[in-house]
Design a protein around this ligand. Structure first.
Ligand code: FES
Ligand code: FES
Length: 206
C-alpha cells in the first residue's frame, strides 16, 4: 500500500505491507532509530511517538493507520539546532541513565506540557505511567518534566525574563524577578507545599 505520512514536519511517502507495524515503518523505512523497541508485549512504552500530537505506542499500530496523519519522533523535538526545553531539562536534571526509555519519556512529557503547562507531580506520574524506566527510579524524570514546564512558562514571560544565547551551544543568561524565580526554586517550593498538605510524599511508579 502506498501511504503518505508527515514525519517531523516533512511529508514522507512509502510503499508498505499492511502488516508492517508503525514502529518498524519509523525505524526501518524512515530510518529514525530514536524510537526504540523494548518489549513484545506493548508494556514498556519505549516505542512511544506522537500521532497528531498524542502519545501512542507505535508497536501497537500498523504503519498504514498513520496514512495522512502527522508523527513526531524524538528526532523532531530539536528545532533549528536548539534543544527542545524538555531535552535541556532531562540533561540538566539528570533525567536519564542508559537513555533507552528517554526518547519516549521526553515525547510523553512534551505532549503533557502541551496540554497542561504546569502539571502537578501526580499528573506527571500518571502521564508517564505507560512508560517504563529500568534505571532512574523516575524521580529525576519527574523533576525534568516539571523543570521543562517551568522553563517554557518562563520563556513565555518576556516582561520579567530575558534569556539570551542558545541552549546546548552558546551562553545562556537569564534575569528573573522575585515574582518569577528559577525553575528549581519553584519546584522546591511546590514540593514543600505539597508535602505539608499531604504529610507524606508518594514516590515510585504506578
Ligand atoms: S516496544 Fe514495548 S510498548 Fe512498544
Ligand atoms: S534511563 Fe535506562 S531505562 Fe530509563
Amino acid at each position: 500500500m502506498q501511504i503518505t505520512v508527515t514525519v517531523n514536519g516533512a511529508e514522507r511517502t512509502a510503499d508498505v505491507e499492511p502488516r508492517l507495524l508503525l514502529v518498524h515503518l519509523i525505524r526501518d523505512v524512515f530510518g529514525l532509530t530514536g524510537t526504540h523497541v523494548g518489549c513484545d508485549t506493548s508494556n514498556c512504552g519505549a516505542c512511544t511517538v506522537l500521532l497528531d500530537g498524542v502519545p501512542v505506542k507505535s508497536c501497537t499500530m500498523f504503519g498504514v493507520q498513520a496514512d495522512g496523519r502527522s508523527i513526531t519522533t524524538v528526532e523532531g523535538l530539536a528545532q533549528d539546532g536548539q534543544l527542545h526545553p524538555i531535552q535541556s531539562a532531562f540533561k540538566e536534571e539528570h533525567g536519564l541513565q542508559c537513555g533507552f526509555c528517554t526518547p519516549a519519556m521526553m515525547l510523553t512529557g512534551a505532549a503533557l506540557l502541551d496540554r497542561n503547562p504546569q502539571p502537578t507531580e501526580e499528573e506527571i506520574r500518571w502521564a508517564i505511567s505507560g512508560n517504563i524506566c529500568r534505571c532512574t527510579g523516575y524521580m529525576n524524570i519527574v523533576k525534568a518534566i516539571e523543570a521543562a514546564g517551568q522553563a517554557m512558562a518562563t520563556e513565555k514571560a518576556p516582561a520579567t525574563t530575558s534569556i539570551t544565547g542558545v541552549q546546548g551551544g552558546g551562553s545562556r543568561e537569564a534575569k528573573r524577578s522575585d515574582a518569577n524565580p528559577p525553575a528549581r526554586e519553584v519546584i522546591r517550593r511546590r514540593r514543600r507545599g505539597s508535602e505539608e498538605m499531604k504529610g507524606v510524599r508518594r514516590w515510585g511508579p504506578r
